[in-house]
Write a new protein. Structure first.
Ligand SMILES: Nc1ncnc2c1ncn2[C@@H]1O[C@H](COP(=O)(O)OP(=O)(O)O)[C@@H](O)[C@H]1O
Ligand SMILES: [Mg+2]
Length: 154
């Protein structure tokens, strides 16, 4: 992970309104940084925890299934991630992986390790809003919501 990011410059740009808002989740607000990356800003304690989890998973995961975290601030307030395009239909993900049902998806050899290794729920992983597209491939963009965080904050 690259930590040589000029956070002050990014925060200045943010204050000047230079970054369009891309989305707003329960824990984070997401801005388009304009260079194929997004900025996720924690809005509350859950958001900090989610940023921390995404940094961790992105660092240890060796697949291309997750949109990569490029950098995060030491306090997990800010996180920079590869930008993905919107997907409107989960059929795109199923068709990419050549499965007929969501249940089959996380039974595939190359995805079945994800729920237990990272403590992520299949029901969350199968929500279209948690996926995006990069280079015509589906990628998971919201993967900070582990069972531990659910129990602690929700
Ligand atoms: N990597 C990304 N590329 C493009 N849009 C994103 C990306 N990550 C998040 N978003 C947008 O921002 C919204 C909120 O981000 P998300 O990670 O889901 O935050 P939360 O964990 O608070 O739900 C998403 O639903 C999506 O619309
Ligand atoms: Mg979300």
């Amino acid at each position: 992970m690259n930590t040589s990011v000029d956070w002050e410059q990014i925060i200045d740009n943010l204050k000047m309104g230079n970054y369009p808002v891309l989305g707003n989740g329960s824990g984070r607000k997401v801005y388009d940084l304009g260079n194929d990356t997004v900025l996720k800003i924690a809005k509350n304690i859950k958001g900090y925890a989610q940023n921390e989890v995404e940094s961790f998973i992105s660092e240890i995961d060796e697949s291309d299934t997750f949109a990569k975290v490029l950098c995060a601030s030491g306090d997990n307030h800010y996180l920079i991630m590869e930008k993905a395009g919107f997907i409107t239909n989960f059929a795109f993900v199923r068709s990419y992986y050549r499965v007929k049902s969501n249940r089959e998806l996380f039974r595939l050899n190359n995805l079945s390790y994800i729920p237990h290794k990272y403590n992520l729920l299949v029901s969350d992983l199968c929500r279209p809003v948690n996926w995006g597209v990069r280079e015509n491939r589906p990628v998971i963009i919201d993967y900070g919501f582990t069972g531990r965080i659910r129990r602690k904050y929700y």
